[in-house]
Design a protein around this ligand. Structure first.
Ligand SMILES: NC(=O)C1=CN([C@@H]2O[C@H](COP(=O)(O)OP(=O)(O)OC[C@H]3O[C@@H](n4cnc5c(N)ncnc54)[C@H](OP(=O)(O)O)[C@@H]3O)[C@@H](O)[C@H]2O)C=CC1
Ligand SMILES: N[C@@H](CC=O)C(=O)O
Length: 375
């Protein structure tokens, strides 16, 4: 039948499609630091658009840091206990959970790097709260505990999402999950998985002291709250563990061979002492840089998960033509070698650290919670 024979009336919807019901996300943010604050700003800016275009109503009910919290609860008893809503009160993770409990689409977003916060996930999931986080401690922590959290999320029919733990806002965890869900198999992966070290390796030319660049990376919001976690390779080891577990391998941090850039003398001191003695990193780094330059190579910080299951993290000298050598700024690159992508790996690349991009990754997870709850 030719298009001109169609009854034009049939092309018009007879009755307007019903407006989808408004879906509520009731959000609590723990850790309004660099990433958490950027998330709060993104949520504020997107709120009206999400209501209008996606029929998602994001209601921010609580924000808590380690000392104080801001509470806006529908629960009068809870508000009364705190002398009224919308005021700052001493922080309590119990109250964070209590004021979200039973609310529609209740999600706790952990934007801290705290063990004490991560230790609460089991209680929160058991109480029917979704958990979204860029904090790597739980997904790379003890394997039985992580598996128990995932099982709990399944049995409680709540979501536990952590896309921003690897590659910040880049779709790394989801890409791997999509490959596996559609029947592909991960053989190996390698990547530049630290935004901080990518930026440092790109910026360091042997002229400005390495320690000055570390301070700048911290100010730019690329480093962990304690930059030692980046420099000692642990942050990248955690990311490798997260990806390995996602692919079904039972990897733990102890299984990853890690080369640290932190001198022994600074390993166990407090953070302030470490920051005051950053200059101790300068001479070893200058020597590594000069050695690589003499071979016409550049330094890059690389994590690898080999086909035999072994995992390594450290600085390597790469020829200038190598894809990793050409990465700029805080770019992360993750290369997935899979059964389907056997000849050329599937590559995800882009800025892999910084408050805005990380908050974007967390926000994406929140929208996935809303989408899945709708299905
Ligand atoms: N920065 C980045 O590019 C990326 C960061 N991430 C992850 O995001 C998380 C946040 O990083 P970032 O924003 O840079 O860190 P910040 O240090 O800037 O912020 C951390 C926040 O957590 C709060 N906090 C710490 N302990 C507790 C506690 N016990 N209870 C409640 N709140 C607490 C801090 O509050 P207080 O000030 O009171 O201590 C602060 O608000 C980390 O897990 C990091 O690994 C992931 C990907 C990229
Ligand atoms: N400190 C981390 C932040 C993201 O995980 C990095 O530099 O990659």
């Amino acid at each position: 039948m030719h298009a001109s024979q169609l009854d034009p009336d049939c092309l018009q919807p007879r009755t307007p499609a019903p407006t989808p019901a408004l879906r509520r996300l009731t959000v609590g943010v723990v850790g309004p630091g660099r990433v958490g604050s950027a998330l709060l700003e993104q949520l504020r800016a997107a709120r009206e658009r999400l209501r209008r275009e996606q029929h998602i109503d994001v209601h921010l009910r609580v924000v808590a840091d380690s000392r104080r919290m801001w509470l806006d609860s529908d629960d009068d008893a809870l508000n009364a206990r705190h002398g009224g809503a919308q005021t700052w009160r001493p922080s309590s993770l119990d109250d964070v959970a209590a004021c979200l409990h039973g609310a529609p689409g209740a999600v706790i977003v952990d934007c801290s790097a705290s063990e004490a916060v991560a230790a609460r996930y089991a209680d929160w999931l058991a109480a029917g709260l979704h958990v979204v986080t860029p904090n790597k401690l739980a997904p790379s922590g003890p394997l039985p505990h992580w598996r128990a959290l995932q099982d709990l999320a399944r049995t409680q029919r709540v979501q536990l999402r952590y896309e921003a733990t690897v590659g910040a806002g880049l779709p790394v965890v989801q890409t791997l999950r999509d490959l596996l869900d559609t029947g592909d198999e991960l053989i190996a992966l390698e990547g530049m998985l630290s935004g901080t070290l990518a930026w440092l390796c790109d910026a360091y030319d042997g002229q400005r002291p390495f320690s000055a660049l570390v301070r700048e990376a911290h100010e730019l919001g690329y480093t962990e709250p304690d930059p030692r976690a980046d420099l000692d390779g642990l942050d990248v080891a955690r990311k490798l563990v997260i990806l390995a577990r996602e692919s079904g391998r039972g990897l733990s941090l102890d299984d990853v061979s890690v080369q640290s850039l932190v001198p022994d003398a600074l390993r166990h001191v407090d953070r302030e002492h470490f920051m005051d003695h950053l200059h101790l990193l300068d001479a070893p780094m200058a020597a590594r840089h000069a050695e690589a330059a003499a071979q016409g190579a550049v330094l890059r910080h690389v994590g690898r998960l080999d086909a035999d299951g072994r995992a390594h993290v450290g600085l390597v000298a790469l020829p200038a033509g190598h894809a990793f050598a050409q990465a700029r700024g805080a770019d992360n690159i993750v290369q997935f070698h899979t059964r389907r992508y056997a000849d050329t790996p599937l590559r995800v690349q882009g800025p892999g650290a910084g408050p805005d991009v990380t908050a974007g990754g967390v926000f994406t997870d929140l929208l996935r919670v809303a989408a899945e709850a709708r299905a």
